[in-house]
Design a protein around this ligand. Sequence first.
Ligand SMILES: [Zn+2]
Length: 97
Amino acid sequence: MNAGFDSHIPEDWLENYAFGKLSAQPSAIVEEHLLICASCLIHLDEVEEYIALVRAAVLSMNAAVSQLRPVKKGSPSRAGLRVLDSVLSLSSKYSTT
Ligand SMILES: [Zn+2]
Protein backbone atom coordinates (compact mmCIF):
# COMPACT_ATOMS: atom_id res chain seq x y z
CA MET A 1 0.00 0.00 0.00
CA ASN A 2 2.70 2.48 0.98
CA ALA A 3 4.50 1.96 -2.28
CA GLY A 4 6.21 5.35 -2.17
CA PHE A 5 8.88 4.62 0.43
CA ASP A 6 10.10 1.76 2.61
CA SER A 7 9.93 2.89 6.22
CA HIS A 8 10.21 6.65 6.67
CA ILE A 9 9.45 9.62 4.45
CA PRO A 10 12.51 10.50 2.35
CA GLU A 11 14.08 13.93 2.83
CA ASP A 12 13.20 15.14 -0.67
CA TRP A 13 9.57 14.10 -0.20
CA LEU A 14 9.41 16.13 3.01
CA GLU A 15 10.97 19.12 1.27
CA ASN A 16 8.57 18.91 -1.66
CA TYR A 17 5.69 18.42 0.74
CA ALA A 18 6.74 21.46 2.75
CA PHE A 19 6.99 23.41 -0.51
CA GLY A 20 3.55 22.20 -1.56
CA LYS A 21 5.15 20.68 -4.64
CA LEU A 22 4.21 17.08 -3.92
CA SER A 23 1.28 15.88 -6.02
CA ALA A 24 -1.95 14.67 -4.46
CA GLN A 25 -1.22 10.96 -4.19
CA PRO A 26 2.22 11.12 -2.53
CA SER A 27 0.91 13.95 -0.32
CA ALA A 28 -1.79 11.61 0.95
CA ILE A 29 0.85 8.95 1.69
CA VAL A 30 3.00 11.51 3.53
CA GLU A 31 0.04 12.75 5.57
CA GLU A 32 -0.98 9.21 6.44
CA HIS A 33 2.55 8.42 7.62
CA LEU A 34 2.78 11.67 9.62
CA LEU A 35 -0.29 10.59 11.59
CA ILE A 36 1.50 7.53 12.91
CA CYS A 37 5.15 8.59 12.94
CA ALA A 38 6.34 11.21 15.43
CA SER A 39 9.90 11.13 14.14
CA CYS A 40 8.88 12.11 10.60
CA LEU A 41 6.59 14.79 12.04
CA ILE A 42 9.53 16.27 13.95
CA HIS A 43 11.64 16.00 10.82
CA LEU A 44 8.99 17.86 8.82
CA ASP A 45 9.00 20.60 11.48
CA GLU A 46 12.76 20.92 11.04
CA VAL A 47 12.46 21.02 7.25
CA GLU A 48 9.73 23.68 7.42
CA GLU A 49 11.76 25.72 9.89
CA TYR A 50 14.80 25.47 7.64
CA ILE A 51 12.79 26.42 4.54
CA ALA A 52 11.40 29.44 6.39
CA LEU A 53 14.96 30.51 7.26
CA VAL A 54 16.23 30.02 3.71
CA ARG A 55 13.17 31.73 2.27
CA ALA A 56 13.71 34.73 4.54
CA ALA A 57 17.37 34.82 3.53
CA VAL A 58 16.48 34.67 -0.18
CA LEU A 59 13.83 37.36 0.26
CA SER A 60 16.24 39.71 1.99
CA MET A 61 18.83 38.89 -0.67
CA ASN A 62 16.31 39.75 -3.39
CA ALA A 63 15.45 42.96 -1.57
CA ALA A 64 19.12 43.87 -1.38
CA VAL A 65 19.62 43.08 -5.07
CA SER A 66 16.55 45.07 -6.11
CA GLN A 67 17.92 48.06 -4.21
CA LEU A 68 21.07 47.84 -6.28
CA ARG A 69 19.25 47.70 -9.60
CA PRO A 70 15.60 47.63 -10.67
CA VAL A 71 14.17 44.13 -11.01
CA LYS A 72 12.64 43.28 -14.38
CA LYS A 73 8.89 43.19 -14.12
CA GLY A 74 7.19 39.82 -14.44
CA SER A 75 9.09 37.23 -12.46
CA PRO A 76 11.18 38.87 -9.77
CA SER A 77 11.17 35.84 -7.49
CA ARG A 78 11.94 33.12 -10.03
CA ALA A 79 15.69 33.47 -9.70
CA GLY A 80 15.36 33.48 -5.93
CA LEU A 81 13.32 30.29 -6.01
CA ARG A 82 15.94 28.64 -8.20
CA VAL A 83 18.59 29.61 -5.66
CA LEU A 84 16.36 28.27 -2.93
CA ASP A 85 15.99 24.95 -4.72
CA SER A 86 19.70 24.51 -5.24
CA VAL A 87 20.46 25.51 -1.64
CA LEU A 88 17.97 22.93 -0.47
CA SER A 89 19.38 20.15 -2.64
CA LEU A 90 22.86 21.03 -1.42
CA SER A 91 21.71 21.00 2.19
CA SER A 92 20.21 17.54 1.89
CA LYS A 93 23.42 16.33 0.29
CA TYR A 94 25.43 17.57 3.26
CA SER A 95 22.82 16.89 5.90
CA THR A 96 24.19 15.14 8.98
CA THR A 97 20.90 13.61 10.03
ZN1 LIG B 1 8.47 7.97 9.71
